[in-house]
Design a protein around this ligand. Structure first.
Ligand SMILES: C[S@@+](CC[C@H](N)C(=O)[O-])C[C@H]1O[C@@H](n2cnc3c(N)ncnc32)[C@H](O)[C@@H]1O
Length: 276
């Protein structure tokens, strides 16, 4: 998750984010990130607002441990967004990315309203339907198709962990922010264009894009092995990973010899901004 999130918050797109965040940069902002996951947004915020004091919170101890290793200079804390361990009116800004859909809206917004100073800014980021076109060289073969088919039939983790129980569309999100007491609500969209064959990307960035997809695919296999420990043998898991690595090695080879696929990810992040 970290590699793909790191690209989503790459400095290539910083101007779009900074313009929509519309934060006062001449004072030392106290920013709280809620549901920070592996920490990619917090790390980007530190680059974009070097004078800010950034605190983050997530209930997942594995994410917190990972994030602390990647960015020891940031304060990553384990905790619950519905009972924030901070006094009233502590922060200038609260921010979250793809978290609102997991938390009961009353609790999500009320807690942020409580910890924000008067005039503080609440920024809610969420992923929207973008464009995903995969190069044909990465198509699944029959074995991979069978693996994913079996995994999806057996995997009920979304219901089990109550993930994404409160999804909202592009109109419902700002409506909710207004309903829970924020003023001057505004919306905007950042488009992160990740097209490795586009010459506007350096070779280094193009390979980072391709490899972020490789890591995503490998993590998806690991996640299946973790969530469904009895469904697949260790040999089946190993074969899947080997096949993924071979495909991505071939994709990189083709990139290097300038064989183009124009595969692309155009990731759209909606930003809803409200004032306390
Ligand atoms: C889809 S992930 C997004 C992670 C991160 N914001 C990112 O963009 O990479 C949702 C995150 O919200 C966290 N989360 C969900 N409910 C939470 C709660 N009640 N308190 C704290 N964190 C929560 C999860 O642990 C997870 O890290």
């Amino acid at each position: 998750m970290y590699s793909s999130r790191k690209l989503r918050f790459d400095d290539l797109f910083s101007t779009q984010y900074i313009s929509l965040f519309n934060l006062e940069t001449d004072k030392k902002l106290k920013i709280l990130e809620i549901g920070c996951g592996p920490g990619a947004l917090a790390i980007a915020l530190q680059r974009w607002y070097p004078n800010a004091e950034i605190t983050t919170i997530d209930r997942d101890s594995d994410f917190i441990r990972f994030a602390k290793q990647v960015a020891p200079q940031i304060s990553f804390m384990e905790g619950d967004a519905t009972h924030l361990p901070f006094p009233n009116e502590e922060f200038d800004v609260t921010i979250s990315n793809t978290v609102s859909e997991h938390i009961k809206p009353e609790l999500f917004y009320q807690e942020q309203l409580r910890v924000l100073k008067p005039g503080g800014i609440c920024l809610v980021l969420s992923s929207r339907k973008g464009i995903h076109i995969q190069s044909t060289i990465l198509d699944d073969n029959a074995c991979e198709q069978a693996f994913w088919q079996k995994a999806s039939e057996l995997d009920h983790s979304l219901e089990q962990f109550q993930i994404c129980r409160y999804p909202m569309n592009e109109a419902e999100l700002p409506t909710a922010m207004e309903r829970f007491g924020f003023k001057d609500v505004s919306t905007g969209y950042v488009i992160a264009d990740l097209t490795p064959d586009n010459p506007k990307f350096s070779q280094e960035k193009a390979l980072e894009i391709i490899n972020a997809n490789r890591i995503n695919d490998l993590e998806a296999v690991e996640s299946v092995a973790y969530k469904l420990p009895d469904a697949f043998s260790s040999e089946e898991i190993m074969n899947m990973k080997q096949r993924i690595n071979e495909k991505y090695d071939a994709r990189i080879n083709d990139y290097l010899v300038k064989k183009k696929y124009w595969d692309t990810d155009a990731i759209i992040t909606m930003i809803v901004r409200g004032v306390k």
